[in-house]
Structures are given as C-alpha cells and as structure tokens.
Design a protein around this ligand. Structure first.
Ligand code: BJW
Length: 232
C-alpha cells in the first residue's frame, strides 16, 4: 500500500469549517438562492447582474478564509505518500492550493477564473466582475465566471475517469452525492477495483457505493485517516 494511487473527491463540506457555506445543508446556499437563477446558463442569460453579484460575493468570501485541518492533512498526504495523490474537487475555492496541494483538478471550475461566453478565452477574474465586461481576446461583452453550471460539461472528465480507473483507494470528502457526474465516481472507482471510503458529516445520498464510512466533521475525521494511510 506504500505506493497506492489515492484519488480523493472533495465537496463543499471540506470547506465548511473554514467558514464557506455548503449548498444543500439547512441554511446553505440553495436555501438562499434559486439554483436555476444563479447556476444555469439560462439564469445567466436572464439576469447576468444577479449572477455576477452572487459570484462576486462568493469570490470575496473565499478570499477571506483559510484552509482548515482537513485541507492541510490532504496536502501533507500528497507531500509524504510515496504513490500518486490526486484531488478532484467540486469546489470553486482555492483552499486546497492554499494548503499546499499541487495536483488538484477543479471539475466545476474556479472563482479565480473568468471565461468569455463568446470565444471561450480564459483569464484571471478580478475580485468583482460586471455585466458587459469585455473579453480581453475578442472584446465581446460576455465575460462570465469560469464555473460549471447545471447542464454544462464538467472539466477534465477524460482525465478524471482515467484516474478513477487507476485508483487503489477512492475517498469522497464533504459531498452530499446529489450532483452527477461526481456522484457516480465512487461506484465507477469501486467497480474498477478501488477501496472506497466516505468521509462526510453524515451518510451521503450514495452511501451504498462506499465500502468504508467515517462520519463526522472533516477537520476531525480527515487528519487521523491521513495518519493511518501514511503509517500503513
Ligand atoms: C460536511 C461538513 C463538515 C457539511 N465536514 N462534511 C437527473 C439524474 C441524474 C443527473 C441529472 C439529472 N438531471 C440533470 C442531471 C445532471 C446534473 C445533476 O447532477 N443534477 C442533479 C441535481 C440531479 N449535473 C450536471 O448538469 C453536471 N453536468 C453534467 O452532468 O454534464 C453531463 C456530462 C457528464 C459526464 C461527462 C460529460 C458530460 C454539471 C453540474 C454542475 C454543478 N454546479 C454547481 C454550481 C457551480 C459551482 C459553484 O457555484 O460553486 O456545483 S451546483 C453545486 O453542487 C456546486 C457543487 O460543486 C455541487 C456539489 O455540491 P456538494 O459539494 O456535494 O455540496 P452539498 O452542499 O450538496 O453537500 C455538502 C456535504 O458536506 C453534505 O453532505 C454535508 O453533510 C457535508 N458537510 N459540513 C464534512 N464540516
């Protein structure tokens, strides 16, 4: 197991103890905003001011927080484990990178990125984006946050399926298992032979796809799990 390939999916729950809201918990983001208004291409076409306001507020909130014990433990795992450690995050914050993780796939994009809806050019997002901001490449007034909304294809899916098929251990941390394709990763990795572990506050919607369950706050469950992996 010393050189096992570890593939780790993270969701909003891993950043909760840093102070960022989750989506589907009581009082979470979807209790305050209608998902179809702020996280779909149609919502952006209808009211770009509202969508920019929503993501500007989240970009500001993400700039004000620090990684917690779970992010730090995963960065230590990547530094000290002899095999490959791949983090696939659904999160648009940069807390894994801030903790020191290097191999991080942002499958739902990043708050730090801007994307031209006309020509697909990407550039670093300013703290506040505005409707009609021009694209630096084609000048079209169609700048949007570089995040993946419902109905859009998540990023780096080919690489992700390959990592899942090569995984010796697959873990999902802080994700409710409601959003596909991420919710199918445990089943995919498990069928390809990985040992599957869920580390979440509570049982997720796809708890049956995991061989091992560790329920509790990520800041409490992840550091000892990492210690165990490094001591195996
Ligand atoms: C803690 C904790 C602590 C709290 N410690 N834990 C019908 C059936 C099946 C699928 C579909 C369907 N109809 C449509 C679809 C597809 C659709 C989908 O899944 N819809 C479902 C709602 C049914 N998916 C898509 O459209 C995706 N695209 C797609 O499928 O393309 C086709 C394709 C697939 C494969 C290959 C090629 C093409 C796109 C999904 C885009 C999701 N976008 C969002 C918003 C954008 C980013 C942003 O603004 O941040 O991404 S939605 C939102 O949900 C966000 C998140 O990344 C995502 C997942 O949420 P997450 O992270 O799981 O958060 P929560 O809040 O749900 O859960 C937190 C968990 O943490 C909870 O369990 C807590 O208990 C726990 N917790 N505190 C540990 N301290």
């Amino acid at each position: 197991m010393a050189s096992a390939k570890l593939v780790i999916l993270t969701g909003a729950g891993i950043s909760a103890e840093s102070g960022l809201s989750t989506f589907r918990d009581a009082g979470g983001i979807w209790a305050q905003h209608a998902v179809e208004d702020v996280a779909t291409p149609d919502g952006f076409a209808r009211d770009p001011d509202l969508v920019h306001w929503f993501y500007n507020a989240r970009r500001q909130a993400a700039a004000d927080v620090s990684p917690n014990a779970a992010h730090h433990a995963l960065a230590r795992l990547e530094r000290e484990h002899k095999g490959e450690v791949v983090i696939i995050t659904q999160n648009v914050d940069a807390l894994h990178e801030a903790a020191g993780s290097a191999l991080v796939i942002h499958m739902h994009g990043a708050l730090s990125g801007a994307l031209c809806a006309t020509c697909d050019y990407r550039w670093p997002a300013p703290l506040a984006m505005h409707t009609n901001d021009p694209c630096p490449a084609c000048a079209a007034p169609t700048a949007r946050p570089d995040v993946v909304w419902f109905g859009e294809t998540p990023y780096q899916m080919e690489a992700i399926w390959s990592h899942l098929e090569e995984a010796d251990i697959f873990a999902a941390i802080g994700t409710s298992g409601n959003v596909y394709p991420a919710a199918a990763f445990a089943q995919h990795a498990g069928r390809a032979g990985a040992h599957t572990v869920e580390l979440n506050l509570e049982a997720s919607a796809n708890v049956r796809d995991f061989a091992e369950l560790r329920h509790g706050p990520a800041g409490v469950t992840v550091p000892p799990w990492v210690d165990e992996l490094l001591n195996q």
